[in-house]
Design a protein around this ligand. Structure first.
Ligand SMILES: C=C(O[C@@H]1C=C(C(=O)O)C=C[C@H]1O)C(=O)O
Length: 281
């Protein structure tokens, strides 16, 4: 059976997807597409073997998962696709209603850290599908991620305040922010180390191709999306897709803050898959 692999159907994961198509690597996997929340649940419930997963959900389920080296969705400062969009200035949101997109796990918790630690405010959060006009009908501010956030920001409505969560995180901590990681179920990794190693190689190769060829991907996407090539190249260069020790430090800081605010019950371990691991438990 081919490995069941998740794919986030947002612009931010187009570079990986594009690289996999170019490198003819898709025939090696059974690719299942969805939003981050859908893929998070499928990986945790065992309906996927390998998938991108929200950093928060990796933290919550770290005992059942191992990280794939070299890959993440991160930013060093602004991210351009994760925004708190507010009718009033952010520091006036205490006690107000904030609608959180139900497609996210990391950003839902990142906004809680930022509002509590930096602005010392406690709003009233509720979850919602990512439709800005409905969210802002009921709430004073809305959290959007991915394509819905890009769409909202690209045609920036006047009279709304936009706060980029990557920028807020960097100002607060000085660190990179890791939004998503790639993980394999521990059990699958233990039984199929060669298959996992092959996927890691293919994914890293595909991503390296795409990072080098961002203008080519942007030109392709601009044929059928409403965004300009310049905008897309800039967006792909804003995102970081590698997972260096600096990214891991940022992730460790995120986990520490989640634990100290009781958003996670224990400090997660950042544990990578290793094919050489003959000491699997
Ligand atoms: C940069 C982004 O990173 C994402 C944010 C996620 C989250 O908040 O849980 C999950 C996966 C990534 O797609 C984005 O969606 O815009």
């Amino acid at each position: 059976m081919l490995p069941r692999v998740g794919h986030i159907q947002f612009l931010n994961c187009m570079p990986l997807y594009y690289g996999l198509v170019k490198k003819h690597a898709l025939s090696e996997v059974h690719l299942i597409k969805g939003t981050p929340t859908e893929l998070n649940n499928m990986l945790i419930e065992g309906h996927l073997d390998i998938s991108p997963i929200s950093a928060f959900q990796y933290g919550k389920h770290h005992r059942e998962l191992e990280l794939l080296p070299g890959l993440s969705v991160s930013s060093d400062g602004e991210v351009q696709s994760i925004f708190l969009i507010s009718k009033i200035p952010i520091n006036e949101l205490d006690g107000k209603k904030i609608a959180l997109t139900n497609t996210s796990a990391t950003s839902q918790n990142l906004i809680k850290i930022i509002l509590q630690e930096k602005y010392h405010i406690e709003p009233d959060y509720f979850e919602s599908p990512p439709l800005l006009r409905n969210m802002l009908l009921e709430a004073d501010a809305a959290l959007l991620i991915g394509d819905a956030a890009i769409e909202a920001c690209y045609h920036k409505p006047r009279g709304l305040f936009f706060y980029d969560l990557g920028e807020e995180w960097k100002a607060m901590t000085g660190q990179k922010m890791v939004y998503a990681v790639w993980a394999v179920r521990r059990e699958y990794a233990g039984n199929n180390p060669e298959a996992v190693t092959k996927i890691i190689e293919a994914f890293n190769e595909s991503m390296a191709y795409s990072v080098k060829n961002a203008p080519e991907i942007a030109a392709e996407i601009a044929k059928y999306e409403n965004y300009s090539e310049e905008y897309l190249v800039n967006y792909f260069h804003t995102l970081e897709f590698d997972f260096t020790p600096c990214h891991q430090n940022g992730l460790a800081t995120f986990f520490q803050k989640l634990t100290s605010l009781d958003l996670l019950s224990e400090l997660p371990e950042i544990k990578f898959f290793s094919s050489a691991s003959s000491f699997r438990d």
